[in-house]
Design a protein around this ligand. Structure first.
Ligand code: URA
Length: 447
């Protein structure tokens, strides 16, 4: 078998067997298939797509035995939530300690920022002292002792995804249904999960722009998850506007800490609590050995209220502090946000007109935040943990001309003008109050 023949086959629209796909990804890990051939393969997949069978083969090749967390000795339902990526999406910083406080176990293999989207690992890395390079053994200990772990892909955990993630980012091949599905589901298959909630983002700031594309990705991942014996559902949520009031790493950690203390922006609350409710429902389905069903309004509220209790009484916050401590971070940072990285240059962005914010484009906001230093153009670039945007007014809010409605934070003042231009290109202000945005679009259940 030769890599060049397999690339040609995919380039010309052929389907690859499981063995052929393994040859490419394992070969890359072993050093017999160079990165440039893997990159060409990714572009061929991006252009030609993959059948469901090929996507499952790729997922399995990426999650091959030997790369899995061994949670066998840990009591309790193991559950995770994974998002397809968005702007301002910090929900796992709240959901992981919340689920742990409620007695569930949440292993979470996450990623760094991809394209214009943020990454949970970059967010965590902004906490002073906190280590993000952990071993599989440490992850297992954390899950046992704290109740959750959030770790990035390493040479040991998710090594193929680590490589593909970086190559996709650098070769404009991120937005592929097959590649997103395999990237996410290979990590989830490696976690030893009982249940999984997928947050599939739709809109300008997600990788799936249309609802139809999001539905197709959600169905594919839900089928892969359930096919592998993990009770899996997907919630399709809105990513046309950034989530919450912050975009950028330390800023999002600050917002998450406030949320863990019970202070949420309304859209962040709605999305986080809906996902929490589905996680609790799935955990019950595992314990009761039932198939997850559509939640009635009554049941949804009951689960949300149950979860809220653990926020209100400070249990979820305590778990987050415990996690920071276990990871070598400074737990004081959760109490004194002044200990988190601060930017030297702060600039308010003024509203150009009177009216209501009709649109705050998530992609433009993500791009502006990257320009300020919160994201990287290539995987080798450093990021500025303090950089980003605080959103004072959200879509639907009234603004007056010249009123500050967002604030930029950066240590690279030369980027401010360009970032403002990009951010404002995504803002629409109208005379009339816009209709309320739908945040939760659909739920995809097991087939
Ligand atoms: N999250 C992932 O883990 N992988 C992707 O490809 C996109 C979002």
């Amino acid at each position: 078998m030769r890599a060049v023949d397999l690339i040609r086959k995919k380039r010309d629209g052929g389907a690859l067997s499981g063995e052929e796909i393994s040859f490419l990804v394992e070969g890359n890990l072993k050093g017999t298939v160079p990165d440039y051939q893997l990159a060409a393969f990714l572009m061929a997949v991006y252009n030609r797509g993959m059948s469901e069978e090929e996507t499952i083969s790729l997922t399995k090749a990426m999650a091959a035995p030997g790369r899995n967390l061994d949670l066998g000795g840990i009591q309790g339902v193991k559950i995770d939530k994974h998002s397809t990526g968005g702007v301002g999406d910090k929900t796992n910083l709240v959901l992981a300690p919340l689920m742990a406080a409620m007695g569930l176990k949440m292993p979470s293999i996450a990623g760094r920022g991809l394209g214009h989207t943020g990454g949970t690992i970059d967010k965590l890395a902004s906490i002073p002292g906190l280590r993000t390079d952990v071993t599989g053994g440490e992850v297992v200990e954390e899950i046992k002792n704290v109740g959750f772990s959030i770790c990035g892909q390493t040479g040991e955990i998710g090594p193929v995804d680590r490589k593909l993630y970086a190559l996709r980012d650098a070769t404009a091949t991120v937005e592929s249904t097959a590649l997103v599905a395999a990237s996410i589901m290979s990590k989830k298959l490696s976690e030893g999960l009982d249940a999984l909630v997928l947050d599939v983002k739709t809109g300008s700031g997600g990788f799936m722009r249309s609802l139809d594309e999001a539905r197709a990705l959600a169905r594919l991942m839900v089928d892969i998850g359930n096919g592998a014996g993990i009770k899996t559902v997907a919630v399709i949520t809105d990513m046309d506007a950034p989530l919450g009031r912050t975009v950028g790493n330390a800023l999002e950690v600050k917002e998450s800490i406030s949320a863990l203390k019970g202070r949420f922006a309304p859209d962040f609350l709605e999305v986080t609590m809906t996902l929490a409710a589905w996680m609790l429902h799935l955990a019950d389905s595992v314990s009761e050995e039932t198939t997850p069903q559509r939640l009635s309004e009554h049941l949804l509220k009951r689960y949300r209220d149950e979860a809220w209790d653990y926020i209100e009484h400070g249990d979820a916050f305590k778990k987050f502090v415990e996690f920071i401590d276990a990871r070598g971070g400074n737990p004081e940072a959760a109490f004194n946000q002044g200990l988190l990285p601060k930017a030297l240059h702060i600039k308010p962005v003024l509203s150009p007109w009177n009216g209501y914010i009709k649109r705050m484009d998530a992609f433009a906001t993500g791009q502006a935040s990257m320009l300020l230093g919160a994201g990287r153009a290539t995987m080798e670039d450093g990021i500025d943990p303090a950089a980003g945007i605080v959103i004072g007014k959200k879509p639907g809010d009234a603004v007056r001309a010249e009123e500050p409605f967002a604030t930029f934070y950066t240590n690279r003042p030369e980027t401010l003008a360009m970032a403002e231009e990009v951010f404002l290109s995504g803002i629409e202000i109208s005379d009339r109050e816009p209709a309320k945005r739908k945040l939760i679009h659909e739920v995809i259940l097991p087939s």
